[in-house]
Design a protein around this ligand. Structure first.
Ligand code: GLN
Length: 303
């Protein structure tokens, strides 16, 4: 498959969408990012890498970090993880409060904010140094020790993080989280603030793609656990647009409000795309389009 030509053809074809949408305005530090950027990188399980445009530019991975946190949580707690968080699509926005109240403080899944805050709570309870451990895990997945938190982004989100604070308070009221709200929120915001490029993200997701032994920085997952992680990405990775992404792209994936999207084609490749302008659901406009064209032109998807 000539992935290089396909990535270039995709870029040419999505250019008409380049001005659509806005970058995440509710996090002041992200609003300062130049919205008119685009990068894509596809890496195959047999070691080939294909890039287009700004595939080496680092950006805020935001909710893509929730996949790494879930992998650590599954490794530490196994199926026990699911007593405090569900695995059903929410059909609601990533930061919605309504469902959480009706369902008595048990978040629908680990990829909406409420669920990811619960997973962060589990990591805080299990680990002596959760912030260092999280970074070590991501660095090991990607094989790059320069990956780091962006404290300006994390602090900026904390300053205006009223909605996430409300979610954390509701979780605390229902006893779903055990740690203190303030340090827990800061840990969650730091995870979201990690910066990676498309190339680094594609590399970091290869271990969820290739069904080889999974052991990184002391965290292990079985093939069956990796299957489950991918299943949750497929059903819940795009909040109230999970059905749309499944329909258009046909791969498990995860988005973030930094404009990044990662998707994997099991046993074949992982792919990351980034462009900061988002649609109304908080997913990258050009990113969604690029992945739709990728599986259309290659005629490869899990369906
Ligand atoms: N840090 C963001 C938030 O909590 C992550 C949301 C996202 O990327 N969808 O709002």
């Amino acid at each position: 498959m000539d992935y290089q030509s396909i990535l270039e053809k995709i870029y040419r074809e999505i250019l008409p969408f380049a001005g659509q949408g806005e970058q995440a305005g509710y996090i002041p530090a992200l609003q300062r990012v130049n919205p008119d950027q685009y990068g894509m990188c596809l890496q195959t399980v047999d070691g080939c890498s294909f890039s287009c445009m700004k595939a080496d530019t680092r950006f805020s991975i935001q909710s893509i970090a929730k996949v790494f946190a879930l992998a650590m949580g599954l490794s530490l707690r196994g199926e026990g993880l699911w007593t405090r968080v569900g695995k059903e699509p929410s059909g609601t926005a990533f930061n919605s409060l309504v469902q959480l109240e009706i369902e008595k403080g048990i978040p629908r899944n680990p990829f909406i904010n409420a669920g990811a805050i619960v997973v962060a709570d589990v990591l805080m309870s299990e680990l002596k140094n959760p912030e260092e451990e999280f970074l070590s895990f991501v660095r090991a997945l990607c094989g790059d020790d320069s990956i780091n938190y962006n404290l300006e982004v994390a602090n900026s989100e904390r300053e205006v993080g009223y909605l996430n604070a409300a979610i954390a308070n509701l979780l605390k009221y229902h006893g779903t989280i055990k740690n203190e709200i303030e340090p827990l929120l800061m840990f969650y915001f730091k995870m979201c603030s990690v910066e990676m490029s498309c190339k680094e993200l594609a590399r970091a997701f290869l271990p969820f793609t290739n069904r080889k032994r999974f052991a990184y920085a002391g965290y292990t997952l079985s093939i069956s656990q990796i299957k489950r992680l991918n299943a949750v990405m497929q059903t819940c990775g795009f909040y109230d647009e999970a059905g749309e992404f499944s329909y258009l792209v046909g791969l498990p994936g995860k988005s973030g409000v930094g404009g990044g999207i990662v998707a994997i084609y099991p046993m074949r490749y992982s792919v990351a795309v980034w462009s900061p302008r988002l649609n109304s659901k908080g997913n990258s406009v050009m990113g969604m389009k690029a992945l739709e064209l990728l599986t259309t032109y290659t005629e490869e998807s899990i369906f």
